[in-house]
Design a protein around this ligand. Structure first.
Ligand code: UTP
Length: 408
């Protein structure tokens, strides 16, 4: 794309400020900026003024979970079924580690964060240790796919190599890089990251399977006979990954997916609750809960929307292939975005200052026909690290790790 073409594309979307520093750039920088302008989909910016476009608001009804007493009664049966599938190589793990972790505020990828007290204990190390418990139990290794973004890929890979993959079989680990989207101020003008670069940010965790497809990994899934994918977030340092009991329960349920869920601490707790939406599995975000939904009870007299999702899902691969080309809605999310100002000076915001555009896994769940919500004990399996202190923080996760006998 030449300068004139870039200019008219920017003009069409009201983004001419992108060329503010163009005359100061050297030839390589000019070329790089023009190429980025060509590659960028500026049409996404219209969501700033239309944040609800494409978001579904169907009829919400309850979806009961498989609860702890039933799971305990059938633990052995489920565990054996899960172990069998794992031993047959049908199950793989997918770590979604493309996020920026802006709330945590570290410049390194979140997986590199050290939560140790008396020794280094990295977030990635905790995840690998949890997965290794299952590979030890099953007696086979499990393929692990790791999604990064162009912002954190090199550091993540180097970190894993430097730590010898925390003892995990390196030949079983494969990386893929997710897509990016521009980041903008609240008026819909893209931020500049540098004088020759538009600010971009990973486009949410919802596009993970499409990114796997674009990376050519579906061939690998087919060749290796992988039929189930357990996706999980980077920041829950207590979660069980490819948990045989969960795998077995989901397989036996006949559902296209399973979702690990925790019982809400109280009705108004700020977690997304599993539900049905127009008869399909879905998640109703806490800010979309009407007073009626909040007050609703089930036949046992308990809250009807009582189970929160923890971003640990098992998906049947064949069903993902069926929905992979569906367009997921775009969510406009307020975030802290590092950028340069009109004078080219760096800005390190302490508070959210603009918006990113994200697709979310929860919208992918809605595309499926069936999902088994599977209850887990919160204190044993849910220690998310979103913030340095307070709720869902390094502090709260450390306390939960210690409570579970993990030496930090
Ligand atoms: P979060 O919603 O916590 O987002 O991600 P984040 O970007 O990591 O953190 P904040 O909001 O800026 O503080 C939940 C999970 O989804 C992954 C994250 O890495 C984490 O495992 N994720 C999120 C991606 O893989 N890609 C994304 O674009 C966003």
């Amino acid at each position: 794309m030449n300068y004139q073409e870039a200019r008219s594309k920017l003009e069409q979307y009201g983004q001419l400020h992108v060329l503010r520093f163009y005359d100061e750039l050297n030839d390589d920088q000019k070329e790089a900026l023009l190429a980025q302008i060509e590659a960028t989909d500026f049409s996404i910016l219209h969501y700033v003024d239309n944040p609800h476009e494409g978001l579904s608001f169907g009829k919400i009804t309850p979806l009961g979970a498989m609860e702890l007493p039933e799971i305990e009664a059938r633990r052995e049966e489920f565990t054996q079924a899960g172990l069998e599938a794992i031993r047959e190589g049908k199950v793989a793990a997918v770590l979604l580690a493309g996020g920026m972790g802006t709330r945590l505020g570290s410049s390194d990828p979140k997986c590199m964060y050290d939560i140790g007290l008396t020794r280094p204990v990295y977030i990635m190390q905790r995840l690998i240790e949890n997965l290794t418990e299952v590979t030890d139990q099953a007696g086979v290794s499990i393929p692990l796919f790791i999604m990064t973004s162009e912002k954190n890929h090199d550091k993540t890979v180097a970190f894993m190599q430097a730590h010898d993959c925390f003892g995990y079989d390196a030949s079983k680990i494969r990386y893929f890089v997710q897509e990016m989207a521009p980041a903008a101020d609240r008026g819909g003008k893209v931020f500049m990251e540098a004088r020759d670069r538009i600010c971009t940010s990973p486009n949410g965790n919802g596009g993970w399977f499409l990114s796997m497809k674009k990376a050519g990994l579906l061939d690998v899934l087919h060749e290796e006979g992988i039929q189930w994918l357990n996706i999980f977030a980077v920041d829950n340092v207590l979660q069980r990954i490819c948990d045989p009991c969960f795998v077995g329960a989901t397989l036996k349920s006949g559902c296209a997916a399973g979702a690990k869920v925790v019982r809400k601490a109280f009705r108004e707790e700020k977690v997304g609750a599993i539900c049905l939406e127009d008869g399909r599995p879905s998640v109703v975000e806490y800010y979309d809960m009407t007073p009626e939904l909040l007050a609703a009870n089930n036949e046992k007299g308990e809250p009807a929307y009582n189970f929160g999702v923890i971003m640990n899902y098992l998906f049947r691969e064949a069903d993902l292939e069926r929905i992979v080309d569906e367009i997921l809605p775009v969510h406009v999310v307020e975030k802290k975005i590092e950028h340069i100002d009109d004078n080219g000076q760096p800005v390190h915001p302490a508070e959210p200052c603009g918006v990113k555009f994200e697709q979310l896994v929860v919208d992918m769940v809605r595309e499926l026909s069936t999902c088994l919500p599977f209850e887990v004990v919160r204190e044993k399996e849910f220690a998310p690290i979103k913030n340095p202190t307070g709720v869902d923080s390094v502090e709260s996760a450390r306390a939960l790790c210690l409570q579970n006998g993990i030496v930090l």
